[in-house]
Ligand binder design. Structure first.
Ligand SMILES: Cc1cc2nc3c(=O)[nH]c(=O)nc-3n(C[C@H](O)[C@H](O)[C@H](O)COP(=O)(O)OP(=O)(O)OC[C@H]3O[C@@H](n4cnc5c(N)ncnc54)[C@H](O)[C@@H]3O)c2cc1C
Length: 377
């Protein structure tokens, strides 16, 4: 694919956390690539930091619910608001049902699969508009704000983030966290749970290790009680948040030949799919390793760089896979944000510098410029 006569058309399928960054990075190379982004949402609507989203939706939305029109780097990217329903890898065509009900075919030279996973009520692949997303945020916040007691079921980062954020935002509410093992956060370095546990206790969260809950068919937030399989008595709560990590890949629209036995997209270490040199995958959908390392660790930047290298006739680099999950776990709390590394070490950014860094550095560096939000009257 070296020295193309016309720009190579790259379709980014899914414009969530990683698809967006991939498109932003590709858009710098306009002579080489012509980028199309397809998304069922009208902007970034992240699945990150569920607790922050429930507790302080306006703050969360300022960072994670951002219309595509505000990203300067997307000015040269053609955006399609629709749901992808099929892929023809031989004809290099993606079938899209757009918001107005029409079905179209998007041709590509290179395809980046970044459709992520679905999980609970907070990560859904369905076609949604701005007003619907705004309303959903407010409604869910109102339900959690009104609850006198909240039970959170789960031992991963989403459950722990939710416990901390809800306990800090609603100090009068009883918050219980139920998880099956002795420790939570088993994908993180063992030191991380020790630090996080102490923090949760200081926030007044009541911790219940050794509690494996009986899961209802519908994992939407619901009134208690919660029953357990581990011989423990049921627990009462006005509202139960099921954060049990039942994430499923958004790949029903893809041919089986691209997928592993769990339905995730098979990738090599450079994030290209084996057997299809023109198809790449990144983010939670890419079966790079059990921790899905390309969803962070600069995976989106890497896939964009590798695609550009390939167009130039060069080879790409491999993803570096850490031994443990890293990043923030609890999200921003009143005293700042703590980031944990795979080594178990951590760094704390006090609140003011954290928001200043977000505003002055992350926007310009990670997204190459975000326009201010219009002032609402
Ligand atoms: C910069 C960055 C920092 C991070 N920091 C942390 C951290 O500190 N701690 C941590 O735990 N994790 C962190 N993560 C990882 C994060 O938790 C998730 O793993 C990440 O959000 C997954 O992104 P994704 O693009 O794979 O999926 P998503 O963000 O879910 O994007 C998928 C998109 O595809 C759309 N879609 C799905 N199916 C279709 C379809 N058929 N048609 C059209 N659209 C479709 C979805 O609606 C969605 O918009 C970070 C990730 C990034 C990129």
């Amino acid at each position: 694919m070296s020295h193309p006569e016309r720009p190579v058309r790259v379709v980014v399928a899914g414009m969530g956390d990683t698809g967006l960054i991939t498109a932003v990075n590709l858009s710098r190379h306009r002579r080489l690539v012509d980028v199309v982004g397809i998304s069922s949402k009208p902007g970034l609507f992240s699945g990150k930091d569920l607790g922050w989203r429930l507790a302080r939706p306006e703050q969360w939305a300022a960072k994670y619910h951002v219309p595509f029109g505000r990203y300067r780097a997307l000015d040269g990217v053609r955006l399609v608001h629709g749901t992808m329903t099929g892929l023809d890898p031989d004809g290099r065509l993606v079938t899209v049902e757009s918001a107005d009900g029409a079905t179209t075919q998007e041709p590509y030279d290179v395809l980046v699969l970044a459709t992520g996973v679905r999980s609970g009520f907070w990560r859904r692949p369905e076609l949604q508009g701005q007003a619907q997303l705004d309303q959903g945020l407010r409604d869910m916040h109102d339900r959690f704000a009104a609850a006198g007691s909240i039970a959170i079921v789960g031992g991963g980062a989403t459950a722990v983030n939710s416990a901390a954020q809800l306990a800090e935002a609603f100090p009068a509410t009883r918050v219980d966290l139920y998880f099956p093992g002795d420790n939570a956060l088993t994908r993180h370095h063992p030191r991380v749970w020790g630090v996080v546990r102490a923090r949760l206790q200081r926030l007044g969260v009541r911790l219940h290790p050794g509690h494996r809950a009986v899961l209802p068919a519908d994992l939407s937030p619901s009134p208690g009680p919660v029953a357990f399989t581990t011989g423990r008595p049921s627990a009462e709560a006005e509202l139960v948040l099921w954060a049990v990590g039942r994430a499923e890949p958004n790949t029903a629209w893809l041919p089986d030949q691209l997928l592993d036995q769990d339905g995730f997209v098979r990738v090599r270490a450079d994030l290209r799919t084996p057997g299809h040199d023109d198809i790449w995958a990144v983010g939670d959908v890419a079966a790079s390793d059990p921790l899905r390392a390309s969803a962070r660790n600069l995976g989106a930047e890497l896939v964009a760089r590798n695609i550009v290298a390939t167009v130039r006739g060069r080879s790409g680099r491999d993803l570096r896979i850490p031994a443990y999950a890293q990043g923030s776990v609890l999200g921003p709390l009143h005293d700042g944000l703590e980031i944990f590394f795979a080594s178990g070490r951590r760094v704390r950014l006090p609140r003011r510098p954290y928001f200043a860094i977000e505003h002055h550095l992350t926007g310009p560096l990670m997204y190459r410029g975000i326009r201010p939000a219009p002032v609402r009257s």
